[in-house]
Write a protein that binds this ligand. Structure first.
Ligand code: GRF
Length: 193
């Protein structure tokens, strides 16, 4: 594995829309000496995203883009990312679907974390649907982003057992704990090739 230190770390932007617990775990990961990434920018479509506080706490610039006009918002994001020489985008609870043109501009450089064992339960309300279907296991997946929703190449997955007492809320909590470990692990995996 190639160890990247200081300025040789891969510059990364994290996109969020909500709580930002995955963002927080990625920030702690990036701070490790032997982490392959540094987080240079936090992007959100939601000015009220709770996760924006991590930008202030950890002194990482954050930018909120108005998505009333998606084409304009994406153009601005692309120029911001290129200016900062960002080479990796980590989606972490970002609730907007990226356009084909955006994905094309950063081919194979966009990752996402999804709260299910893909290809099962793409889209929203994954825990609720897994429980309704009496699944014994669910989990989380880190994958590359391609043109189809939650369908890009899988990097890593982690299984989580569903107990008969689980609700969508309790399952969300259990899965999130695993997400926080899986995202850094997946990033290590792609940069250790
Ligand atoms: C996570 O469950 C993630 O898998 C999904 O959105 C949620 C974001 O949670 N894409 P958080 O904002 O990182 O706490």
């Amino acid at each position: 594995m190639v160890l990247l230190t200081g300025s040789r770390k891969i510059k990364c932007a994290v996109f969020i829309s909500g709580t930002g617990s995955n963002l927080e775990s990625l920030i702690h990961f990036a701070k490790k000496k032997n982490s392959p990434i540094s987080i240079e920018l936090i992007i959100s479509d939601n000015p009220k995203a709770k996760g924006l506080k991590f930008g202030k706490i950890f002194k990482i610039p954050n930018k909120v883009f108005n998505y009333k006009n998606k084409i304009i918002a994406e153009k601005k994001i692309i120029s911001e990312i290129k200016n900062k020489n960002i080479k990796l985008i980590c989606l972490a609870g970002f609730m907007k679907i990226l356009s084909k043109d955006f994905i094309k501009s950063f081919k194979d450089k966009i990752l996402n974390i999804h709260p299910s064992l893909l290809p099962k339960y793409k889209g929203l309300n994954t825990h609720h649907r897994a429980i309704l279907n009496s699944e014994k296991y669910t989990g989380c997946t880190v994958h590359f982003v391609n043109y189809r929703l939650d369908s890009g190449k899988i990097i890593l997955q982690k299984k989580v057992k569903i107990s008969k007492y689980d609700t969508a809320k309790s399952l969300e909590k259990k899965v999130l704990i695993q997400e926080h470990k899986l995202y850094p692990k997946a990033i290590r995996k792609i940069f250790s090739l």
